[in-house]
Ligand binder design. Sequence first.
Ligand code: UDP
Ligand code: MG
Length: 318
Amino acid sequence: MKSRLISIIIPSFNEENNIELMYKALDRECTDIDYDYEVIFINDGSTDDTLFHIKKLVLNTSKVKYISFSRNFGKEVAILAGLQHVKGEAVIVMDADLQHPCNLIKEFLKGYEEGYHQVIAKRNRKGDRPLRSILSSLYYRLINRIVDVDLKDGVGDFRLLSRQAVDALLMLNEGNRFSKGLFSWIGLDQKIIHYDNVLRQNGKTKWSLSKLLNYGIDGIISFNNRPLRVCFYTGSLILLLSLVYIFVHLILIMNNGITEHGYFTTISAVLLLGGVQLLSLGVIGEYIGRIYYETKKRPHYLIQETNIKNGESYAGNQ
Ligand code: UDP
Ligand code: MG
C-alpha cells in the first residue's frame, strides 16, 4: 500500500467498448508511480452497456468506483460529481475514449510535485477536420477578446488539479457550468504540457454541430456581461444616428418641401432597427434564461446508483 492517493475522474457516456481498455491502460501506467490511485467512472446516463462494463471492473478491483446518473446530464456535470466524491490529494480528469494518453500521468505528477496546482494538457490539432480546426481557432480568437478569463485552443478538461484547486472549483456552484472557463477562473499556479492529438478509436464523438454551437455560446455568455453592453452601445449609436437623420431631413423638408418619396430609406431603417432589436432581445433573453435556471436551485444531477459510501442519496447540490 502506498500512502498517497490520486483520483482519476472519467466521465463516460455510451463508451461500452472503451471502459475496460481505459482501465487497463491506466492500470499499466500507474503500477510504477509513487501513489495509490482510485478511478471514478461517472456513467452519464449511457444507453448502451457502459454501466455493465464498469460493474465488471468493480467486481475485480477495489480501485474502481462509479457514480451512475439517473439520466444524461452532460460532461460538465459529470466532472462536478467526480470532483465532489474523490478523496485523492490530487485529481486527474480524463476522457473515456482513449484520446487522452495515459502516459501523460507521470508528467502531470511531476508538475504536481514541482508545486503546480493545475497541470494542463494542451493538444495540437493533428488529424482534426480542417473546417473544425479553422472554426475553433477563429472562435478562440473571438472569445478571448470578449470574455474575462483566458481560454486557449487545444486546452480542455484533461488536466491534474491539486486538492486546493478542487476545493476552489467546488466553491463555484453555478448550474450552467462551462468548465474550461471555471478552470481558468480559479487561477493558481499552472503548467502546460503539450501532446499530439489522438483520434477516437471506438464509438463516436458526442459533439454534434448544434451541441458545439451551444457550447460556444455558453462560453461567451457565462463569463461576462459584455454582450449586453454591446447591445446597449449599438442601440445608443443607432438611436443617435436616427435622431441626426430625422433632424437633417426635417430641416430639408422645411426648406424645400417634400421632394423624395423616401421608400428606400424607410425600408432600410426598418430593417436595420429590426435587426438590432432582435439581436439585443436575443442577448438579453440569454441572460434572463440563465437567471431563470439559476433561481430554480435544482440539484446539478441525480444519482441512480453508486458504490461510493454515503453517495446513494446524494443529489448533487452543495
Ligand atoms: N461525455 C459525457 N457526457 C456527455 C458527453 C460526453 O460524459 O453528455 C464524455 C464522453 O464519454 C467522453 C468525454 O465526455 O469520455 C468526451 O466526449 P467526446 O469524446 O464525445 O468529446 P470529444 O473528444 O469529441 O471532444
Ligand atoms: Mg473524445
